[in-house]
Ligand binder design. Sequence first.
Ligand code: ADP
Ligand code: GLC
Length: 488
Amino acid sequence: MPDKKLNIAFIGSECYPFVKTGGLGDVMYALPRALTRLGCGVRVLMPMYNCIPQKFKDGMTYRGSFMMDQCQDGRQFYVGIMETELDGVIYDFIDNKEFFDWGNPYTGLWEDIPKYCYFSKAALAALNYLEWIPDVVHCHDWQAGLVPVYLRTRFAGTPIGAARSVLTIHNLRFQGICGIQHLKYWSGLPDYLFDYPVFKQNEDEANMFKGGLAYADRVTTVSETYAREIQTGFYGEGLDGHLYYHRAKLSGIVNGIDVEQWDSAADKLLVAPYDASNVLQAKRENKRALQDQLGLEIDDGKFVIGLISRLTDQKGLDLVNAVFPELLDENTQIVILGTGDPRYEGAFRYYESVNKGQVCAFISYNEALAHRIYASSDALLVPSLFEPCGLTQLIAMRYGTVPVVRETGGLKDTVAPYDITTDGGNGFTFDRYEAGLLSDAVHRARDVYTNDRPAWDRMVLRDMAKDVSWTVSAEKYLDLYREVTEGK
Ligand code: ADP
Ligand code: GLC
C-alpha cells in the first residue's frame, strides 16, 4: 500500500524570497519545496511584514479574516490571511498591521515577544479557519516556540489540536526570554505553565523556547553534532540540562541547500556561469569581474578569500580580527560581505582602509554580491564559535570554493578535512577556538593553492560533485513525520 500523503504546516518568522535575514529563511524556502517533491502537501505560515517586496504583495490573495483573543485580559486582535503559491508550496501570511508594520522582522525583544506570541497563536487559528488540518505542524526557532504549547492547551479539542508538533532549533542563542508577567500577559497561557518544567527560567524570567521544547512531540536541530553539543554547558546557552532531560525526542538532521537557487551553471548574476567542466577558467573570469567591481587589484592569480556572514560573535570574527594581518600576504585578497555588530563592521572597515586594493569590506546585505563572491573566491572562511549547521560552506562547495572552517556543529558534519595522503576531503579545518589555529588553516590552504595547484583543483571538483542538496535530509524529515504521526 502506498504511504499516506502527509500534510505539513511550516510555521516560522522568515522565508526566502519574501524575507530573509539568515539561514532560517533559506531553510523555510528549500525544505518545503523538497518535501513537496516527495509527495507531501506543504503550507508555510509566516508574518505579513511590511518589508515584503511589493511584487510579492501584489501576487497575494485575501483568504479571510477573523478576530482572536490574545492577552490575559482577553484583548481582541485582527487576524488577516493573505495567500500566494510558489512552485506547489502555499504561503499564508498572517496580517496585522499593529504587529508587523515595522521596518525589519526583528525589532527588539520587548516588541518581539508580543509579536511572536500573537503570531504563534494566530497561525494555529488560521489553520482552523482555513480548515486545513496538517498531520504535523513544524515550528522553527523561538519565534514559533509557543506553537507546541498552544496546540496542547488553548487548541486542544479544536480540529488543529489533532496535529503533532516538531520544533526545530536553528539557533539556540536566541530564546525569547523576558519577565514572567510580560509573557503571561501576552501569551494568555495559564499560570501552571509558568513553572520550571515549562516556561520558568529563573525567579523573574520566562523563556518561550524552553516551553516549546518541553511541549513539542519531537525536537530537531540542524546537524547531528549540534544536537550533541547543545546538551553540554559550552553550547547549551543555559538550556543544556533541559535538552538533556528531553534527549529522547531530540535528533539532528543536517540542512541542505536548494540546488536550483544555488546553481553556478544557471546563475544569471555571474559574468561567467560554469559547471564542473569549465570551473577553473570561469572562476578566473568571475574573479576579475569581482575585483573590478570592488576596487581590488585585478589579477586572477591572487588567492581570494571570501567571508559572507552576519557579523556577530557566533561567527568567529574575533579570531579573524586577531590574526587579520597574518592572513594577508602579497598574493592574497580578502573580501568581506556582512552587516551586524558595529565593532566588527568598524574593524573590517579599518583593515580595508589600510589595505586598499587588497581588502574589501562590503558592509551591507546584498544577495547579488553574495552570489558573485561565492563564485569568484578560491576559499571561504567560516571559523564559527558555534554553528548549528551553516549554509555558506555548503553554497561555497557547490560553487567550487574551498571552505576553511572550525570543526563545530554542521561545519564539522559537512566539511571533511583535506587529507594529503589519500587526496581526499573538501576543505581545511581546525578544532579549538584559537586564532593561531585559524591562521594555520588558512596557511595550509594557501600552501596547497600556491604549491600544489593540481591537488587544489581536484578538491574544487570534489566539492562541486558533493551532494549538498536537500534530497537525503528531506527524506529524514519525512521519516520523522511518519514516526511522530504513527498510530494517529
Ligand atoms: P546564519 O543563519 O547563522 O546567518 P547560515 O550560514 O545558515 O548562517 O546562513 C546564512 C545565509 O545568509 C546564507 O544564505 C548567506 O549567503 C546569507 N548571507 C549572510 N550574510 C549575507 C549578506 N551580508 N548578504 C547576502 N547574503 C548574506
Ligand atoms: C541558524 C544557524 C545556522 C543554520 C541556520 C539554518 O541561523 O546559525 O547555522 O544554518 O540557522 O538552519
